[in-house]
Design a protein around this ligand. Structure first.
Ligand code: 5AD
Ligand code: SF4
Length: 461
């Protein structure tokens, strides 16, 4: 790294897939000499990696572009500015019109072309690349160096599937991320092996509809997500696997059995339901009823009783009555969530629900959101309290504030604070939960050093 290497600042909004994509953009630019910086002020290239899922998310991008314009005026610096992600995909050239500060617009299928587009931007053109379904996109992306992987920590994301064919009537994803496509299993095994060799201990498989994964297997057959996870489980040094986010319709028996049979698969499942009202579920085009969802949860818990179930909810979908909302509270209670993401319905232009009658007033949405959030935070606290006194494995992922203190994650994905002299980031240690905080657990090592279960894998960097 040279002192005057160009600096890259990527700001990501929205889902974890954008976190993964931000790393891929940094990887694509590393051969061009770019190094990452944590601040927009000293960057030579600022990339806003945007989210389009709700209105507020898209509006934030334009406010940020306004701040960048001001910052350029005040400091006299002239970084190039790129808009990437789902707003780029959805709005394309419109962004150039609305925000003159933007030098290039690039959709999620085109990140391997970033160096080329930057050269165009340097020549004063303002390129827009929102091509869809680019062949072999992932193969053509630059691979991160072991050093780059190690700098990102002991947990990593791997995108296994992109896009969605479900067309829930509220959702922009089928339009911004396109049709479902799965990466070949051999590519994913190689990527995971590379991560583990560089020190990664936990991998979260990502997809907008991850349980719909159906990639080409090395044996020439189509592999399911469960089959893929069986293969990944065999990678020595990998301690933990997770996957997110799933659609109830794609949770099949084989995937349910994986929760029973694969010790490395963490007892965590993010399975959105969105609403508890059959009428609203039908209007959302979710293609299942409330009872079918609860029946599915029963089958999953029969396979893995020790499960942290996370949900997603939308309140105030068009036509939602008080009675519909009561059904939502009821399903949240019955499903006994460990936690959930809760959203107010936000009309997205171009989606069927945006044009439906019966749009719910903002004040009603606010009130319903608050009631649902109270219920979910009670559930979250109850779930955390149920762990006090229990032994759990903690993957240490960060140093803590004080000497000997470390921070990590429980199997259920809660942050854990622990004092464990002699333990290191990357270790999985057996610990007793001693107390709960607002959003985290406190724990103490269950015994001596013998309880450090796995030494970190050798970093090759
Ligand atoms: N309004 C509000 N929430 C939405 N989500 C998706 N689209 C919308 C929308 N238009 C929520 C859903 C989904 C999560 C990623 O975002 O709950 O599961
Ligand atoms: Fe959007 Fe998920 Fe529905 Fe696909 S399954 S349309 S990503 S909410």
């Amino acid at each position: 790294m040279t002192a005057n290497a160009p600096k890259l600042f990527v700001k990501s909004y929205g889902c974890q897939m954008n976190v993964y994509d931000a790393e891929r953009m940094a990887d694509a630019l590393a051969p061009e000499g770019y190094v990452e910086t944590q601040s927009a002020e000293d960057a030579d290239l600022i990339i806003l990696n945007t989210c389009h899922i709700r209105e507020k998310a898209a509006e934030k991008v334009y406010s940020e572009l306004g701040r960048i314009r001001k910052m350029k005026q005040e400091t006299g610096r002239a970084p190039k500015v790129a808009v990437a992600g789902c707003v780029a995909q959805a709005e394309g050239a419109e962004i150039l019109k609305r925000a003159p500060v933007v030098d290039l617009v690039i959709g999620p299928q085109s990140y391997q072309r970033l160096p080329e587009l930057l050269r165009e931007a340097a020549e004063g053109r303002r390129p827009v690349d929102t091509d869809f379904a680019v062949e072999d996109k992932f193969e053509r992306l630059a691979k991160p160096s072991p050093k780059a992987i190690a700098s990102r920590g002991v947990t990593a994301f791997v995108t296994v599937q992109e896009g969605c064919d479900k067309f829930c009537t509220f959702c922009v994803v089928p339009y911004t991320r396109g049709a479902e496509s799965s990466r070949p299993a051999a590519q994913l095994i190689a990527e995971t092996e590379r991560l583990v060799a560089a020190g990664v201990r936990e991998v979260t498989l990502l997809g907008q509809n991850v349980d719909a994964y159906h990639g080409e297997g090395p044996d020439g057959r189509t592999w399911s997500l469960a089959r893929l996870m069986r293969a990944l489980s065999e990678i020595e040094g990998l301690a933990r696997l997770r996957y997110t986010t799933s659609h109830p319709r794609d949770m099949d028996d084989e995937l349910i059995a994986a929760h029973r049979d694969l010790p490395k698969l963490m007892p965590y499942l993010h399975l959105p339901v969105q609403s508890g009202s059959d009428r609203i579920l039908a209007a959302m085009n979710r293609k299942h009823t409330a009872d079918e969802y609860l029946g599915l949860i029963d089958r999953i818990r029969a396979a893995q009783p020790d499960l942290a179930l996370w949900g997603d909810f939308i309140v105030g979908f068009p036509g939602e009555t008080d009675a519909d909302f009561e059904d939502t509270l009821a399903i949240a209670r019955d499903a006994a969530y460990a936690s959930a993401f809760t959203f107010k319905y936000s009309p997205r232009p171009g989606t069927p629900a945006a044009d439906m009658g019966g749009q719910v007033p903002e004040a009603v949405k606010d009130e319903r959101l608050q009631r649902l959030q109270r219920l979910i935070s009670d559930q979250q606290a109850a779930f955390a309290r149920s762990l006090v006194g229990r032994e759990i494995d903690v993957l240490l992922d960060r140093p803590g504030r004080h000497p000997g203190q470390l921070a990590g994650r429980s199997p259920y994905l809660q942050p854990v604070q622990i004092t464990a002299p002699g333990a290191a980031v990357g270790d999985v240690i057996r610990a007793v939960v001693t107390d709960t905080g607002a959003n985290s657990l406190f724990a103490a090592p269950a015994g001596g050093a013998r309880d450090i279960l796995h030494e970190p894998a050798e970093a090759t960097a």
